[in-house]
Design a binder for this molecule. Structure first.
Ligand SMILES: O=C(O)CCC(=O)C(=O)O
Length: 330
């Protein structure tokens, strides 16, 4: 008899409707509390993240816990004030060690693309004066491991799909709900920066990103940002230019990040960069992308640029977009 054929048994804790989500395996695995992170699989119904997350500090399973509520309130304040917030020591030390090792194994699968870009990722405009920041092009090397290559038993894949994680991110952003991307590549990626590479000053097109460093380089690879240096009302080209040219060294802040910290960052208005990685070790960061609506799939051209290939989902989504009549660019 398979588990599915088994009759419902009201005395079995796994069958009770009030059984906590994600804990049904406890009925057949008495040692579940000590089950190590690598024995779990990514599961979009699993709320028990105690094998991965420091749930003493961040009790994600209990939305009403005052410790969690206090953390969420602090994160909201930090995001409001400067567009950046960090949940220190989010991962348990053993889960971090696992994530670090998995990141190292995954890095062999990175797709690298190098190009010269300005902070807006726009083309050169020769009609502008040479001193205009839009004419400052910097070398950007991105190495990405895409979601389809990240196994279901990895720490970052388990975190990404968990409803507890989505609830946390939504609460921190004051959103009703957030959803995984439907994009087979972009929802979860590992960003790989080998020694000698950097991510120059830029803005994000997403309203926010959620990241977690899993491996830190020997030196360099620092995250720097200029809170709200531009606003919906204006680009502030003079201020931005001074930062990009290195004339203004006081506006950029350097965020001290340690592996296992969870970072939320609103990068649409805050110019930011990762400085050149030094030493011998790569810098690895997991990037968790969520959206307000389910079903988000990235643009075809952008996907090709970033990851060197596209999937059927991207091709089909682009056809549907082309069918739209509003004439907007994105
Ligand atoms: O790797 C990071 O810490 C952040 C990367 C970044 O700047 C970005 O994805 O926009």
């Amino acid at each position: 008899m398979t588990d599915d054929d088994r009759p419902i048994d009201a005395d079995n804790p796994a069958d009770r409707e009030d059984a906590p989500m994600g804990t049904t395996a406890a009925a057949t695995q008495p040692d579940i509390a000590s089950k190590p992170a690598q024995q779990w699989l990514a599961d979009a119904e699993r709320t028990d993240l105690s094998a991965l997350v420091d749930t003493q500090r961040y009790p994600l399973h209990d939305a009403d816990d005052p410790r969690l509520q206090a953390e969420i309130a602090r994160v909201r304040e930090d995001l409001d004030r400067e567009g950046c917030a960090v949940l220190r020591g989010f991962l348990r030390p053993d889960a971090l060690e696992q994530a670090r090792q998995e990141g190292r194994d995954l890095s062999a699968k990175s797709y690298y693309a190098s190009r010269r870009v300005n902070a807006w990722f726009t083309r050169d405009d020769a009609t502008l004066p040479e001193s205009d920041p839009r004419r400052i092009f910097m070398e950007r090397t991105s190495g990405f491991v895409t979601r389809d290559m990240i196994p279901a038993d990895t720490v970052i894949q388990q975190l990404y799909v968990s409803p507890a994680m989505k609830r946390l991110v939504a609460a921190c952003l004051d959103e009703e709900e957030v959803f995984e991307y439907a994009d087979p590549f972009a929802g979860l990626v590992q960003n790989v920066l080998p020694p000698g590479t950097e991510q120059p000053w830029h803005y994000d097109t997403n309203e926010y990103i959620v990241t977690m460093m899993t491996d830190i380089p020997d030196n360099g690879g620092e995250f720097q940002y200029c809170p709200n240096i531009r606003t919906p009302a204006g680009e502030n080209y003079d201020g931005v230019g001074a930062v990009i040219r290195g004339e203004d060294e006081t506006t950029p802040r350097t965020l001290l990040l340690r592996p296992g910290d969870l970072q939320l960052f609103k990068g649409r208005y805050s110019l930011h960069r990762v400085t050149r990685v030094g030493g011998d070790r790569e810098r690895h960061t997991a990037i968790f992308a969520y959206s307000q609506q389910p079903g988000v799939v990235g643009r075809l051209e952008r996907t090709r640029q970033l990851y060197g290939r596209v999937s059927e989902a991207h091709i089909e989504a682009e056809k549907r977009r082309e069918g739209r009549a509003d004439g907007l660019l994105d």
